[in-house]
Structure formats: structure tokens, C-alpha cells
Design a protein around this ligand. Structure first.
Ligand code: ADP
Ligand code: ZN
Length: 644
């Protein structure tokens, strides 16, 4: 932050300087080149021939075949007639200044007339032909295109770097790193206390803090201090927070920037920014460099390199690798990087001696969520109805950032209702909003559409109720929210290993919406798009990734070492492709038929449920129990999911 301010105080280099200097040059040019001729009086050819015939003219100069400079004889200069001819003629008799000047038109004509005068009046006027070069003018004119191009270029550069924000207001700083520096006197004070949960990760980074605080303890025994640590985890799990806490605990300068900050349109900028960053960090060592979203530059090299655009990223990455190799373990600079896509990173980054520590930051579990809630509830004025245990149970799958968002959103909702404190319902509303988007109560839906949505959601609810492995339902709503017209919320079990029957049951439940439309109206609609997408993906994964299909067999076409995004070649034959397609549609069709038969059997209950839904708009598990009775296979559960 401080850096930026300093730079902005420097006088700005801008295009006005250039325009200004061009104008200046022209002015000087005029003054110098015009000095000699400006003082002479302009006259006409006929007057000149009159002077010539009088014998007043000593010699003339024909300049650039266009103009004549007339020099009078010594005697003529003091004549009254010629008094005004040249301002300084009296002072500088015999000087080089011409007394008169004029343009003659056609050279041939002029020469003829002159020789006539010479002959007739017996004159001998000396004629010199001079090509006067306006050196400065010529230089300026030949340079003008370049000046214009440079001016335009500077203008564009300024525009672009201004658009990129940050300290890039000047072309000269484009190769400077854009890292934000947090040091001892900065306001940001984050310690491990602010990071809830993440016990394992904290322990590992604690060690890094120790390295920075007393490196001798470790190097004394001949050990080497790691140069880098890579934080891997889903977005919002607190990786940045953790890195800041490391800096706060170690009390060392902390350079923070994002991987994309290195990348600019210009070739070589990324590499020079890396160099600059490391130079700054070394000057302030011991220090920490934190690179967020390192996958922006750290992607595996040499893959899908169709355009030249990747070269710049590769150069940047190479420079980063070089810098990390370059500094000795005694430099006391530790690089912490964060990514949510460790799988796409270049292997060279992960090898020992660079990011040799990988710290996994997982989504928080119930216990950790409770702690995170406690951290973020601290600043809120909450009513006594708020139960942290309940909230953490209701938010499976939420990241730390989501939880922070829920707390903030709840406070805003309560404020909108002019409440004195934030209540339990505000938190639940906030959770709904974050899962499903904003409620759109006044979205215009026709009665028919509403009915279709109600049956669709009732279909999901009924089918999932009847299937052992489908996730238990939390609530169903037909209030439009975000982009969906209705939704069913589930609390799926958090499984590490999924069995095929569980996947099939989930697919069946997801197809329950469309099946209900078919059973009730004998019509289907576009409303099942996201269901179909989910089901298709799952079926494809069963066949091609997890090896769960008999026909295709126990093999996988998934390649973990290769984020083959632009691959044109399939790793299987046309024949296999056909089999895969057939198997996928067979799986889906089977589950669809299964959903239909479940709904046919329970048609009465389905209709009943849809009607309750139409009147109440939102129904919960209890309402379902009233209709279906207790669900035989209910267990404790985790993670919320949504299905349209
Ligand atoms: P990431 O870098 O992993 O994407 P951040 O570290 O930027 O995520 O986290 C975003 C916000 O989420 C933090 O500023 C903090 O408010 C909140 N947060 C995330 N994890 C935690 C945690 N474990 N404890 C407290 N707050 C957290
Ligand atoms: Zn649906």
C-alpha cells in the first residue's frame, strides 16, 4: 500500500510533456532559422528590376529556386529610398543580411529578364544559387511519424495499465511486482486465533513460523529450511487467512499477490515481476511471499500450446522456479502459495526444494463449522434464540467463507426487518439465500406453471422418500429463487466411498421430477434441465471414470496426471465410444422407468403432496411424514444439496 502512494506522488509522465516539447522545438526552429531573413523587407519583382536598372543591386541569391534575396551596393544602402529596406542595415553595413526579398514565380522568366537588365543597363549583378536546408525542420518532419507513434503507444499503455488498477499508472513500473506488503506497521493483524478449526493445517504452518523465528535451531543440525509450502483446498476454506496468520504470528513482512497479477499483455512482464518480487522480499528478509491462485501461472507447461499466449505464462513460471532455486535456505524467504487445483500444477513446482510441503485445507466438518461460526458471530448482536450447534448442523458443505457470508447476510436481513438483534430465523433465511439465491416472490408464473413446478418438486420428494439410499429431504419449496422455480433440499450423507446402488438411487430421485410430470400430465417440459445434466454426468462417471459398468468393465478413462482439457483424441476406440453411449442411456432410462413406477404406485400421495405444496409453498420433513408416515431408513446426515 505504501509503495503505491509513494509512486503516485512522483510527477506523472504523460503525453502532454511530449506535445509540449514538440511545440517548443518548432518555436525555437522558427526563431533560429528565420533570424536572417525576417529582417529584410519584402518587395516585388518589378521594384527589384527598377533597383537593378538604377545600379543599386550588388548581388542576389536565389534561394531554393523560389525566392530572391537582394543585396544592395554599399552606396545604395544609404539612399533614402532604401532606408527601410533592412532594419539593421545601418548598424551592420556589409553584413550578410539581404536588404530585400521577394518571390519571383517562374525561374526561367526571371533569369531572362535579369540578363536583359544586365545587358541593357550594363550591370553585372552577381547571382548565386543557394539551396537552403532547414535542417531542424527536416529532422522534425522525418521524425514526426515516430513521435506520433510513440505518443499513441504511451497513451495506450497508460490506458491499459490504468485499467489493470494497482500501481500500474506509469509505463516504467510495469515490470514491478504488484505485491501488497503487510509489515509490522500495517493495520492487518491476523493471528491463529482468527483461524477457527483447521487444526492440522495450523500445526504445519506453525512450523513455518518457527523456521522464520529461529532458523538457527533448525540449520544447526544441518537441516534445510523448506522454501515453500503449498496450501491446497476448496475456495473459501481459509487459505489466505491462514497465510496471513502465519505472517501475523511470525511478525515478518508479508508480500501478498495473486498469480494472475504476474500476467500482463506484454511479453516478459511476468518474469520481471517475479524477479522484482523476490528482490523486494530478500531485501526485507526474513519475509513471506504469498501467491494466491498460483494455478494462474503454475499450470503444467507444454500442454495444449496452440497459441503463443501460453509462452508468457511459461516464462513467468520458469522465472519463479529459477528464483526459488536461486535463493539459499539461509535467505529466510518462504513462499506460501494457495490453489484449489493442485492437480493442474506443473510437477516441477512440487518437487523437493520448491513447494516441498503440501498442506491440505479441507471443508470444515460440523465441529469446525461451529468454531468458525463462533469466530464470525462474535461481532454480531444476536438474540438468545441463536443456537450455534444447530446452525453448524444446518450448514453441511459450507466453507469458512460461506459461513462468514451467512453471518453477514443474517445481520443484513435482521436490519432490513428493523430488528434489535439477529435471530435464529434470520440465520436460516441467510442459509437458504446462500444455497438457493434470492427469493423472487413476485416473479410472474402462471397457475399452470406453478402446478407443474409443484408436481415436479413433489415428484423429487416422493421418489427420494421411497428410496433407501437417496438423501433424506429437508424441505421442498415452490418459491422461485435465483434461477430455479422450485427446489427440494436434501441433507445427503457425506460419503467417502460411494456404492453403485447409492448412485443409482440418487439418479432415480433426480429423475423423479420429470417422471412426476409424465405420470400426472403425461407431458414433459424443459424444467428438468439441471436434473438431466446432473444425471447424465453421474451416469457417464459411473461408466468411464469409476469402472462401475459391466459392459465397459473395470477400467477408467480418467487420467489424474493430465488435465487434458483440450484433448481432441479420445483414449478409446469408436466401438467403445458407442458402447459407452449406449450404457449411459441405458442406465438413465432404467432409473427413469423406476421413478415412474414408484410414482405410479404412490400417485395418490404424490397428488396430496403437490396440493399441500401449492397451498403452503414451502413444506418440511414433518409435512411429508404426515402424508407418507415415518421414513423407514432414516439415519443421521450431513451436507445439504439442492435439486430442482
Ligand atoms: P481462500 O483463500 O481459501 O479462498 P480465504 O482465506 O480468503 O479463502 O477465506 C475467505 C474468508 O472466509 C476469510 O476472510 C474468513 O472471513 C472466512 N474464513 C474462511 N475460513 C475460515 C476459518 N477457518 N476461520 C475463520 N474464518 C474463516
Ligand atoms: Zn427437478
Amino acid at each position: 500500500m505504501k509503495n503505491q502512494k509513494k509512486q503516485q506522488k512522483r510527477p506523472q509522465f504523460n503525453q502532454y510533456w511530449i506535445f509540449g516539447s514538440i511545440v517548443l522545438v518548432f518555436l525555437l526552429l522558427n526563431i533560429f532559422s528565420g533570424a536572417g531573413s525576417q529582417t529584410s523587407l519584402t518587395t516585388t519583382p518589378s521594384k527589384f528590376f527598377e533597383f537593378a536598372s538604377n545600379g543599386d543591386v550588388e548581388r542576389i541569391e536565389i534561394i531554393n529556386k523560389r525566392e530572391v534575396f537582394v543585396y544592395l551596393t554599399r552606396e545604395a544602402r544609404i539612399k533614402d529610398e532604401h532606408k527601410n529596406s533592412s532594419k539593421n542595415s545601418l548598424l551592420s553595413i556589409g553584413s550578410k543580411n539581404p536588404n530585400y526579398r521577394f518571390e519571383f514565380g517562374d525561374l526561367q522568366n526571371f533569369e531572362n529578364r535579369l540578363s536583359l537588365v544586365n545587358d541593357n543597363f550594363n550591370q553585372n549583378i552577381e547571382v548565386n544559387y543557394i539551396t537552403q536546408q532547414n535542417i531542424w525542420g527536416d529532422i522534425i518532419i522525418s521524425m514526426l511519424p515516430f513521435i506520433v507513434i510513440i505518443a499513441i503507444w504511451i497513451f495506450i499503455m497508460r490506458r491499459m495499465s490504468a485499467g489493470g488498477g494497482g500501481a500500474g499508472g506509469q509505463i516504467f513500473s510495469i515490470g514491478k511486482s504488484k505485491a501488497k506488503l503487510f509489515d509490522a506497521n500495517s493495520q492487518v493483524k491476523i493471528t491463529f486465533k482468527d483461524v477457527a478449526g483447521l487444526e492440522g493445517a495450523k500445526e504445519e504452518v506453525q512450523e513455518i513460523v518457527d523456521f522464520l523465528k529461529n532458523p538457527k535451531k533448525y540449520t544447526a543440525l544441518g537441516g534445510k529450511i523448506p522454501k515453500g509450502a503449498l496450501l491446497v483446498g476448496a475456495p473459501g476454506t481459509g487459505k489466505t487467512l491462514l497465510a496471513k496468520a502465519v505472517a501475523g504470528e511470525a511478525k515478518v513482512p508479508f508480500f501478498s499477490l495473486s498469480g494472475s497479477d504476474f500476467v500482463e499483455m506484454f511479453v516478459g512482464v511476468g518474469a520481471s515481476r517475479v524477479r522484482d518480487l523476490f528482490k523486494q522480499a530478500k531485501e526485507k528478509s526474513p519475509s513471506i511471499i504469498f501467491i494466491d491462485e498460483i494455478d494462474a501461472i503454475g499450470r503444467a507447461r507444454g500442454k495444449s500450446n496452440f497459441t503463443g499466449s501460453n509462452d508468457e505464462r511459461e516464462n513467468t513460471l520458469n522465472q519463479l522456479l529459477t528464483e526459488m532455486d536461486g535463493f539459499g535456505t539461509n535467505t529466510n524467504v518462504i513462499v506460501i502459495a494457495a490453489t484449489n487445483r493442485a492437480d493442474v500444477l506443473d510437477k516441477a513446482l512440487m518437487r523437493a526444494g520448491r513447494f516441498d510441503r503440501q498442506i491440505y485445507v479441507d471443508l470444515p466438518d460440523v465441529r469446525e463449522r461451529k468454531k468458525i461460526f463462533e469466530v464470525h458471530l462474535r461481532p454480531l448482536k444476536k438474540s438468545s434464540s441463536v443456537d450455534v450447534d444447530f446452525l453448524s448442523k444446518q450448514t453441511p458443505g459450507f466453507s469458512g467463507a460461506d459461513i462468514a457470508n451467512v453471518c453477514n447476510e443474517a445481520a443484513l436481513i435482521a436490519a432490513r426487518k428493523n430488528k434489535k438483534s439477529v435471530g435464529k430465523q434470520d440465520f436460516l433465511d441467510a442459509v437458504d439465500r446462500i444455497v438457493g439465491g434470492l427469493e423472487k416472490k413476485n416473479k410472474i408464473i402462471t397457475e399452470d406453471e406453478k402446478k407443474a413446478v409443484a408436481f415436479h418438486e413433489a415428484g423429487h420428494a416422493t421418489v427420494s422418500w421411497m428410496l433407501e439410499h437417496a438423501a433424506p429431504l429437508v424441505k421442498v419449496t415452490i418459491v422461485p429463487r435465483g434461477r430455479s422455480l422450485g427446489a427440494a433440499w436434501y441433507l445427503p450423507e457425506e460419503r467417502l466411498i460411494v456404492r453403485p446402488e447409492q448412485m443409482l438411487d440418487e439418479m432415480c430421485a433426480a429423475l423423479g421430477g420429470r417422471a412426476a410430470e409424465k405420470v400426472i400430465f403425461n407431458k414433459i417440459s424443459t424444467g428438468a434441465l439441471s436434473d438431466l445434466e446432473k444425471v447424465t454426468k453421474q451416469a457417464r462417471a459411473m461408466v468411464t471414470v469409476y469402472g462401475l459398468n459391466d459392459k465397459v468393465g473395470n477400467l477408467t478413462y480418467y487420467d489424474s496426471s493430465n488435465g487434458n482439457e483440450y484433448g481432441f483424441t479420445k483414449p478409446y476406440s469408436e466401438q467403445t465410444a458407442e458402447t459407452i453411449d449406449k450404457e449411459i442411456s441405458a442406465i438413465i432410462e432404467k432409473q427413469y422407468q423406476r421413478a415412474i413406477s414408484i410414482l405410479r404406485k404412490n400417485k395418490k400421495k404424490l397428488v396430496q403432496l403437490a396440493e399441500v405444496l401449492l397451498t403452503k409453498e414451502v413444506i418440511f420433513k414433518d409435512n411429508l411424514e404426515e402424508i407418507f408416515g415415518k421414513r423407514p431408513f432414516d439415519k443421521d446426515n450431513k451436507k445439504v444439496n439442492k435439486a430442482k
